[in-house]
Design a protein around this ligand. Structure first.
Ligand code: ATP
Ligand code: MG
Length: 423
């Protein structure tokens, strides 16, 4: 039979409460912090990613799903591997900065699928989901701390406590060339020991060597000079201010001078949030500042800072207790048990009435014996069972059983409705 393509998967109903919870918490955070949603196309011109993400990155170098569109003059198109380049493109294309006061920022968020041809494993897929934020228009380090504070709130709300915030500064376009020269000189001495990917990075963008996941390279990298020691004064000051803003908010962090992000366009602040429960694919959130990106894709100068988190990995990070609570919390308010043909017909009408009052009603089309029906009510995690037989129809008084306490009472429909709505 035909199955899903390698690296893709179905998100099944049993897991959906977790996915929806992460999305709801994120949207609530975005409401509180004033971020507006933007939806960009799933595919864009390949050039956008080649330039915006950077030719030297793994993403552009080997992970993109690219195809030629027969309709549009043989233009090369690519399924988006990330969303920052597209959001910045939209920001420029729609001149979103035009109606802004001096220094006013644009805060955008997105939720959606991304595509990368990677080696699939737990927490790493070829179609995966990201939620991200881009704050455009200013380079104040307070923006960076506020964005991280927002992530901190989301993690707490999702009961994900086992995380570490790693931060670094990767300098800017003025300080980097001198540093890269130092780095390349140091790396050149043992270049033959690095993996082939790192040899390629050495040629194209040596900073990327720090991003290598090969344990052998990681050991070699420990001896290379870090950019943090070569920062220009302005970047060093920016980094100090950023840290002070985090301190003022009581947000704990670890400076990791060897943490550089996977994308080429980052300047100054870079950060990651690592999860303790995820195993090898342990980066939940990645983000940073990308002040040069707009110009790279042909726009005017525009400061930017943002992050993306993997929804797949965020869901995997929810602790088991909380995951169980979420799965059962989405249960039905009431499960209707009917006995006999007349009761079955009556049940349909009562179900309609309760549903239009706003209640979640589970109703099955197969009649079952009382014991079986109660087992079904449990399976649906229903809060109550409503019992309808010939007698109940005649008197207008129905049995309402609390599935947690087992208590049962006889009530008319109005009382049942207000009781269920009352919680
Ligand atoms: P990694 O180092 O794990 O490859 P990355 O540096 O490529 O991550 P970004 O491009 O910054 O990650 O994406 C941000 C987040 O998106 C990651 O931290 C991760 O949670 C998620 N992510 C990235 N690639 C994948 C993937 N193939 N499958 C699932 N989630 C992913
Ligand atoms: Mg990656």
């Amino acid at each position: 039979m035909i199955q899903t393509v390698k690296g893709t998967r179905d998100i099944l109903p049993a897991d959906m409460p977790l996915w929806l919870r992460v999305e709801a918490v994120a949207r609530e955070a975005f409401r509180r912090y004033g971020c507006s949603e933007i939806r960009t196309p799933i595919f864009e011109k390949t050039e956008l990613f080649a330039r915006g993400v950077g030719e030297a990155t793994d993403i552009v170098h080997k992970e993109m799903y690219t195809f030629i569109d027969k309709d549009s003059d043989q233009t090369s198109l690519t399924l988006r591997p990330e969303n920052t380049a597209s959001v910045v493109r939209a920001y420029i294309q729609h001149k979103m900065y035009n109606d802004k006061a001096q220094g006013e920022v644009t805060k955008l968020y997105y939720i959606g699928q991304m595509f990368r041809r990677e080696r699939p494993q737990a927490g790493r897929y070829r179609q995966f989901y990201q939620i991200g934020v881009e704050v455009l228009g200013h380079d104040d380090p307070a923006i960076e701390a506020e964005v991280i504070e927002m992530l901190d709130w989301m993690l707490k709300e999702l009961k994900i406590t086992d995380t570490t915030l790693l931060i670094n500064s990767v300098g800017d376009a003025t300080s980097r060339p001198a540093y890269l020269e130092k780095l390349r000189a140091a790396a050149a001495q043992q270049l033959d020991k690095f993996c082939d990917d790192c040899k390629h990075r050495y040629e194209t963008n040596a900073l990327r060597m720090f991003d290598c996941k090969n344990p052998n390279c990681q050991a070699l990298i420990a001896d290379l000079p870090t950019i943090t020691d070569s920062l220009d004064d302005a970047s060093a000051q920016h980094f100090a201010d950023f840290k002070a803003h985090l301190d003022a908010r009581g947000i704990a962090y670890t400076v990791n001078p060897r943490m550089v992000r996977g994308l080429d366009y980052y300047t100054r602040t870079a950060f990651e949030i690592i999860g303790g429960s995820l195993g090898a694919q342990n980066t939940i959130v990645g983000g940073g500042r990308y002040d040069g990106l707009s110009e790279t894709i042909g726009g005017p100068p525009a400061k930017g800072f943002g992050f993306a988190f993997g929804l797949d990995r965020m869901v995997l990070s929810i602790p088991p207790d909380e995951a169980e609570r979420l799965r059962t919390a989405s249960a039905a308010d009431v499960f209707i048990v009917y006995l006999g043909e007349a009761a079955r017909e009556k049940s349909f009408l009562i179900a309609r009435e309760l549903r239009s009052a706003g209640l979640s009603v589970a109703l099955e089309f197969e009649e079952r014996k009382m014991k079986k029906a109660m087992a079904q009510a449990n399976k649906f995690h229903a809060r109550y069972a409503l019992i309808i037989g010939d007698n109940e129809i005649a008197t207008g008084m129905y049995g309402l059983k609390n599935m947690t306490t087992g208590e049962q009472e006889s009530l008319d429909l109005e009382s049942i409705k207000s009781k269920l709505l009352g919680g």
